[in-house]
Design a protein around this ligand. Sequence first.
Ligand code: UDP
Ligand code: MG
Length: 321
Amino acid sequence: MKNSLLILYIIIPCYNEEQVLPITAPQFHDKLSQMIQNNVISDESRIMFVNDGSKDSTWTIIKNLAESDSHYIGISQSRNRGHQNAVLAGLMEAKDHCDITISIDCDGQDDINAMDQMVEEYKKGYEVVYGVRSKRDTDTFFKRFTAESFYKLLNMMGVEVVYNHADYRLISTRVLQEFSEFHEVNLFLRGMVPLVGFPYSTVYYERHERLAGDSHYPLSKMLALAFDGITSLSIKPIRIITVFGFTVTIISFIGILWAIIGWIARTTVSGWASLICIVCFFGGSILLALGIIGEYVGKTYIETKARPRYIISERTYDVEK
Ligand code: UDP
Ligand code: MG
């Protein structure tokens, strides 16, 4: 068993969440207080909001919360950088102040009661604890289908992800220290954390509906995230192109032999339509292949620039603290 008075930082990314934050912030606070009272975590534990360049009053709400109670703290990004960067900013900010972090969305969808079990698992010796949705009853059929296909596709493409786990997880600072050595700019946290290694465990929880406001992840963004996840963590698509190209070359070679034999045997070669079809098919395939390769070249270009992944413009506390 590890030390019982752990310092926990709950990392909560917030983007335009003025509708939901006043409802969920007290819930997080209650949870933290309960854990402090039960001597599960230390009184130095904090709820850290990461304002991801919100355009509404989210940051003002966070500042007011921080003034009202010292358990609330907040950092603000200089502009909107997306969910993954916001979570990373919070984790990297927290890692020098605590023993464990739990990242969770601020919309009340993830069951906060799973946190007790996560901390328990950590005390058993697991450095990472993934929150996994036990069922998706509250999701529409379409959301469920697309989300499940998303995990299957990622695994097929060689990206190691925990099935039905989003970004609700406990990570120890020991893992975070190692994780800070991962300098990539294209972030896909749920695929990157398993790469760090260390013993991990999973905790099941029920996912509810959003308490207020709208999801920031419509289908288009989810597809973009899946595509980013695959191209950031795996080069399998390029391998598939290579295998496809190789197969087509062999078939073409056989085709050429067949045509030559046909020419020698003087059988008529007919079929203008089929020829056009084949030309179009390969024209399309080549463009698609170029597009996928281009995507990797683009990623490499962005990575070589190594721009900062987040810029913290404001904090509700002093840095020296
Ligand atoms: N979020 C963020 N930056 C963004 C988009 C979303 O920090 O650019 C936060 C958002 O405030 C929420 C979490 O990421 O806490 C998940 O977003 P959302 O609930 O919209 O996604 P869903 O749960 O529908 O997948
Ligand atoms: Mg949500």
